[in-house]
Design a binder for this molecule. Structure first.
Ligand SMILES: C[S@@+](CC[C@H](N)C(=O)[O-])C[C@H]1O[C@@H](n2cnc3c(N)ncnc32)[C@H](O)[C@@H]1O
Length: 276
């Protein structure tokens, strides 16, 4: 192609030479590109740029947000009143467009932990559209409940709609606001005495302060399970250091890989050993 654009006859000697040089250049470029892609930060930059550009394109084209599109997709494809089908549709939507919803391996681990623990009173920090909330709510025993907090009002509205669509209004309460503010009113406004299970998945620098606030408000009991996502990437090192070293917690890590980046990620699963 390049040869003909240069107006050189491909069959001629000069044509062959130009063609060979182009091929060499192409191979060099490919080599350089794959070398760059091996460098973690470049790969990270590439993946994030791709996600942002594809989201921007969709947002301008459809003139709505990722969460609006996800909600419409779930309502169109899932069965109303069936949490499993809502979860499957949210997951399927992730194949079309990246969202912040919990990745499949971690969802399975959450299923397992909650099923074994049979917690009645659960609290989540960082609801997003409710994938992890619906996951937890699907596993808790009858009569149990989950209070979840989402900081962005529009996203909290989508989560409420999805919870309603899944038929879980009686089980899940979505609070709009910060986890910190919610913790302060859990006892007075939501009649929580002690929490059996806590899922931590909001902004990483708030993990530790909010955990300490739960301790201070005496909302943890001996045996409360605290599951925290994104331990290694993006990472909450101060939180991990605390739950892995403070004798008030017994912690194990669940290691897996991030889907897009193929980098190691982990969840911390801690059991509170402190006083009630
Ligand atoms: C990683 S997403 C949560 C994903 C969700 N747990 C799931 O698996 O489907 C993090 C969410 O936490 C919310 N968030 C960030 N900081 C927060 C805070 N301080 N309090 C409550 N929500 C917060 C963000 O708006 C975002 O929707």
């Amino acid at each position: 192609m390049i040869v003909s654009r240069l107006n050189v006859d491909p069959g001629s000697e000069i044509g062959d030479e130009v063609h060979a040089r182009n091929q060499g250049l192409l191979t060099d470029l490919k080599g350089m590109w794959s070398m760059l892609m091996d460098i973690g930060s470049v790969k990270l930059f590439y993946v994030i740029t791709r996600i942002i550009l594809s989201k921007l394109w969709r947002t301008l084209w459809y003139w709505n947000t990722t969460e609006d599109r996800l909600l419409a997709y779930v309502k169109k494809t899932a069965v109303e009143g069936d949490p499993a089908s809502v979860l499957a549709a949210i997951r399927k939507y992730n194949d079309y467009e990246w969202t912040m919803a919990l990745h499949p391996e971690k969802k399975l681990k959450t299923d397992e932990v909650v099923r074994k623990a049979t917690p009645e009173i659960c609290f989540e920090m960082g609801c997003y559209v409710g994938l992890s909330a619906i996951t937890v709510a699907s596993q808790i025993p009858p009569g149990g409940r989950l209070i979840t907090v989402e900081y962005v009002p529009k996203i909290a509205d989508v989560a409420r709609e999805l919870v309603h669509f899944a038929g879980l209004d009686q089980v899940i309460t979505v609070i709009t606001g910060t986890a910190e503010d919610a913790i302060k009113v859990l006892r007075s406004e939501y009649h929580v005495d002690k929490l059996d299970f806590v899922f931590v998945d909001h902004c990483k620098w708030q993990y530790l302060p909010d955990l300490k606030l739960l301790e201070k408000e005496r909302l943890l009991r001996k045996g409360t399970i605290i599951m925290a996502d994104d331990m290694l990437w993006p990472g909450a090192p101060d939180y991990l250091e605390y739950v892995e070293n403070d004798p008030k917690y017994q912690t194990e890590r669940f290691n897996c890989k991030a889907i897009l980046l193929n980098v190691p990620v982990a969840m911390a699963i801690s059991v509170y050993q402190g006083e009630d």
